[in-house]
Design a protein around this ligand. Structure first.
Ligand SMILES: C[S@@+](CC[C@H](N)C(=O)[O-])C[C@H]1O[C@@H](n2cnc3c(N)ncnc32)[C@H](O)[C@@H]1O
Length: 167
């Protein structure tokens, strides 16, 4: 009962449930990131809304020299990721801060799977804060009026676009 109540509360607060990225979309995101960045560079990667941590752990695995941070405000997905990270000793960092309350200027790469509304809110934040050459990969939802540098899609059951931007 408590789990349902807390989950519904955070879904209302964040305007989005902690739906995980589909495995084939995860693969596409990683392919696009590998295509547009240096796998061995000490990149600072942020996943905005890291949910249960599935994408964050894959990023840490594929980019062993990167510093990967997952921002997740909803308690159950956050604690699940945190416990998994502690048990696996994986080199990732999860924080329960809202990504709106954090300055993102330090990051080289931003990954997100959010909503059209969040992308509209983030657009201003990205324009204000991100340094030049920051790579942004957005699963499913574009940043309106921003030109993409790349775009791809998966088409298993349903078409899902993945958008790539550079500031
Ligand atoms: C659709 S889920 C994506 C989960 C994960 N990225 C994945 O692909 O498996 C979006 C997540 O963003 C989180 N979220 C929404 N607003 C947030 C905020 N302001 N700060 C941190 N997390 C937030 C939600 O709690 C939810 O878990």
């Amino acid at each position: 009962m408590l789990i349902v109540f807390v989950s519904l509360f955070y879904e209302k607060k964040t305007h989005i449930p902690p739906v995980p990225t589909l495995p084939w979309v995860k693969k596409k995101i990683l392919q696009l990131l590998l295509k547009h960045s240096n796998k061995d560079a000490p990149l600072k990667i942020a996943e905005l809304g890291s949910g249960w941590g599935g994408v964050t752990f894959q990023l840490a695995k594929k980019f062993p020299n990167a510093h990967v941070t997952g921002f997740e405000i909803s308690p159950f997905p956050y604690w699940y990721s945190k416990i998994r990270q502690t048990l696996s000793h994986k080199k990732v960092n999860f924080t329960k801060n809202s990504f709106y309350d954090v300055n993102l200027s330090d990051f080289d790469v931003i990954i997100c799977y959010l909503s059209p509304q969040h992308m509209a809110w983030l657009k201003d934040k990205f324009e204000d804060e991100l340094k030049s050459d920051t790579l942004i990969i957005s699963n499913a939802f574009p940043i309106l009026d921003w030109p993409t540098i790349d775009e791809d899609e998966t088409n298993i059951f349903v078409k899902i676009p993945v958008f790539v931007y550079k500031t």
